[in-house]
Each structure stands twice: as C-alpha cells, then as structure tokens.
Ligand binder design. Structure first.
Ligand code: ARG
Length: 457
C-alpha cells in the first residue's frame, strides 16, 4: 500500500516488528464505522461522487459481515487493520475503494478508531463495576449485623460489622466507575479524524460533520495534537490501574479471610483450587491472580506513559504499541472482575469465627475508655491510661476478653468502674454504639444499604 518509492521488499523481521494486525484487528468495528462516516462526508462535500460513496458503504458493510462470520483473511503483509480493510475494499469494489483514503491518513484514522474503542471499553468496564457493586450490596445486606474484627496495622482494632466492611468496597468501586465514565466523556470531546497525517488537509472536508456522526462533541482543534496525543488512553489505563488496585485489596482480604488461620470465609468449590500434593488444600488462586493482574495493569499504564513521554510531535510508530498495552489491561481487568463477582456471590462467611476473632485482642478497650469519659467526666487521655492498665491485668491473668474480667479487677485499677461499664464491653454493644453517620452500627449499615439500593435503581 506504500511500496511505490521502494525497489526492494522489506526484510522479514522488518515486517514482523512493523505489523500490528494480530493486535489491532480488534479495532475493525471502529475502523469500518470511521471509514463509513469519512466516505459519507467526502461525498457530501463533493470530494468523491455519490456513486463511489454508495459502493464504499456497501463494500464496508460486506467486509463487516465477512469479519463477523470469520471469513476475512487478515494479512501481516498489509500491516494493520486499516490497510487490511482498505485493501479488501478495493478488491471487492475496485476503483472506488482507492478513493476512500482521500483527505485522510492512517494517523488520524488510528487515533480516532482507538479513541472510540477506549471510550467504549471504559463505559463497559463501568457497567461491570456496577455488577460487582450489586453483588457486594446483596452480601452486605444479608450480613449487616454480623460481627468481625476491624483492623488497623492488621492488628485487631475495634469490632465492626461485615456489612460495613463490604460497603467500603462499594464506595471505592463507585469512585472507580465515575472516573472511568468521566474519562470516556472527556475523550468524547475532540475528534481526531480530519487531522490527516499531521498538518490537516487541502481538501474542503467537513470536520464538524464527521465529529458529530462519530459521537464526538467537536473536531480536535489542533491537527498535531489530534494525531500525536494518547492521553485518553493514559487516563483510561490510570483509572483502570486504580480500580485494579481496589480489586486487588479485596482479593488480598479474601486470601486472608479464607486461610485456616483466619477462617472467616470459605470460597465455593467453583472458585477454589486444589493442590496436586496436599489433598486438604482449598486455594484461593483466583484472588491471588487478581492481585497479580493489578500489578500488570499498573505496569501497562507505566509502559504507555513512558512511550509517550519522549515522543516529539506528532505521530511516531512507538504509538502503535499503545493498543497491545491497553487491550491487555482491559482484558485482564474484565477477567478479574468476573472472577471477583463469582467469588463474592458464592463465598460463605463464618459467623462464629469472625465474632470470636472480634472479641479477642481486647477490641472493646476503647468502649471502656469512652465510658469513663462519658460517665465520670475523666479526660480521654486519663481514661486511656486507666483502660490500658486494665488491659494489662487481663493479659496477665490470661483472660482473653475484657468483658470476661471480674469486676474486682476493674475496681482494683479504678474503684469508680461499675458493673454497668463492664456490661458494655461486648462486641455487640460495641458496634451498636458506633452509630455516627457512616459508622459501623447495624442501623447505619442498613441506612447505607438503602441509599445504595436507591442509587442502583
Ligand atoms: N498501525 C499504526 C498504529 O497503530 C497505524 C498508523 C500508522 N501510521 C503510519 N504513518 N505508519 O499506530
């Protein structure tokens, strides 16, 4: 397609390093869509005839049908999806096919195709996140008052409710969803098509028309920027990397919770794997792979960012690698999402183990300090000191929970402590008391469950 000025064929390895068809064939829908709009505009502007346009439209529709049916032969000699489709078009309709590339370059063509693909993928990923949120919500609702330990530094901190813990991820994924969708909206602002190779074109094209027909807000205002920029893909990858980080944290918790040492949860058979040597094992491989995929998605962002940061304007072939990175990031994310939804929907939580763990580690110590402040008007720092001494006493006498320590031990530290204070030191009373807005009390958890339900309608 570009051999006119050469006397010899490219080296085999030249072709191998240059061809991108194996990767960018996924852009075929966008490429055909863009070409149809471009040809329609050329005809409307009198740059090509209506007859040629009609032949091009029909030919492109037939090619779409061939690709869908798996009858299209992709060729590495034709480098990429753009040349593959154009060559096939000319094969089918003759002369008219050769006129399609008027007032266009593969540079504005690929920027447009890839932008359309990325916008669509970001929106679909947002929808996928919503599905995960719904799965989390239904588990959160069913476990609104189940008690588990809340951690800081992975040390038992205060009792919390499982519903509360699951709702935290719904909030995180909501921000991820909004970032992805806003990125797609931002990308939809400027249409690269019509920038041609880098400088614009001398043909009287109508860029407003093509931009609108492809769903963009307006034509890109600078042709160099239009063909040389990939920040729409960088933004999508960065947003995806953040979302993957959140998936990975949830995956990490699943790994911890399902280990026999925690015993908080059990994955369904469908989402567990066995060991070829240790018959008792139920491994959380999918959760582990979600963690690893998040690392790769972050690396995909870093790779593309590094590619773009040292390119002089405008287009350079380095940019061809943008698609492999972006496709692989979206594929990895989609698979992670499906696996996470499957695990969340089917895992079983172990109420007793979680409650028992929540009670260990003197998790209600803050509740005692708060009682001293509330009932005896003791300054919090002092109450902290008194409670600390009681914790030490419990530890020394081998009593695992503060509420199980005899009242005499409390009173040995401070005689003003009453049975009423001791009675507050259960994990149930503790979570119920944390009823500030957004807090862990079952009442507040149910309130948030209702809020999300309303939002998801
Ligand atoms: N396959 C190329 C890419 O993905 C298309 C643009 C090629 N442009 C060029 N002048 N060689 O970046």
């Amino acid at each position: 397609m570009w051999g006119g000025r050469f006397a010899a064929q490219p080296a085999d390895a030249m072709q191998a390093i240059n061809a991108s068809i194996d990767v960018d064939k996924r852009l075929w829908r966008e490429d055909i869509e863009g070409s149809k709009v471009h040809a329609g505009m050329l005809a409307a502007q009198g740059i090509i005839t209506q007859e040629d346009n009609a032949a091009i439209q029909a030919g492109l529709d037939q090619i779409a049908a061939e690709i869908l049916a798996g009858r299209f032969e992709f060729s590495a000699q034709l480098e990429d999806i753009h040349l593959n489709i154009e060559a096939r078009l000319t094969e089918r309709i003759g002369e008219a096919g050769k006129r399609l590339h008027t007032a266009r370059s593969r540079n504005d063509q690929v920027a447009t195709d890839f932008k359309l693909w990325t916008m669509r993928a970001a929106r679909e990923t947002g929808d996928g996140l919503r599905t995960l949120q719904k799965a989390l919500l239904s588990r959160a609702e069913a476990h609104a008052e189940w008690i588990m330990p809340g951690f800081t530094h992975l040390q038992t901190a205060q009792p919390i409710t499982l519903g509360h813990h699951l709702l935290a991820y719904i909030s995180m994924f909501e921000r991820d969803r909004v970032r992805l969708i806003s990125g797609a909206l931002e990308a939809a602002w400027e249409c690269p098509l019509g920038a041609a190779a880098l400088a614009g074109t001398s043909y009287p094209i109508d860029r407003e028309r093509t931009a609108a027909a492809l769903g963009f807000h307006e034509p890109a205002h600078n042709s160099l920027d239009a063909v040389g920029s990939r920040d729409f893909a960088l933004a999508a990858l960065a947003n995806l990397a953040i979302a993957a980080t959140h998936l990975s944290r949830l995956a990490e918790e699943i790994v911890l919770w399902t280990s026999p040492q925690f015993g908080f949860a059990r994955l369904s058979d469908a989402w567990s794997t066995g060991s070829s040597i240790m018959p008792q094992k139920r491994n959380p491989d999918a959760a582990e792979l979600i963690r690893a995929k998040a690392a790769r998605i972050g690396a995909d962002f870093a790779a593309l960012n590094t590619i773009v940061q040292k390119l002089p304007l405008a287009y350079a072939k380095d940019l061809q690698e943008d698609k492999a990175l972006t496709f692989s990031a979206f594929d990895g994310f989609a698979l992670s999402l499906t696996a996470m939804i499957g695990m969340i929907e089917t895992m079983r939580f172990e109420r007793e183990a979680m409650r028992a763990a929540a009670a260990r580690g003197y998790s209600t110590a803050t509740d005692l300090a708060d009682w001293l402040v509330r009932e005896l008007q003791i300054p919090f720092r002092e109450a902290h000191e008194i409670t600390g001494k009681i914790v030490r006493r419990a530890e020394e006498s081998g009593v695992a929970e503060l509420g199980l320590l005899p009242l005499s031990d409390f009173q040995a530290v401070d005689p003003r402590i009453s049975e009423a204070a001791r009675a507050l030191l259960t994990v149930e009373k503790s979570v119920e008391s944390r009823d500030s807005y957004g807090g862990t009390a079952p009442l507040r958890v149910r309130e948030q469950v209702e809020r999300w339900k309303e939002m998801f309608k």
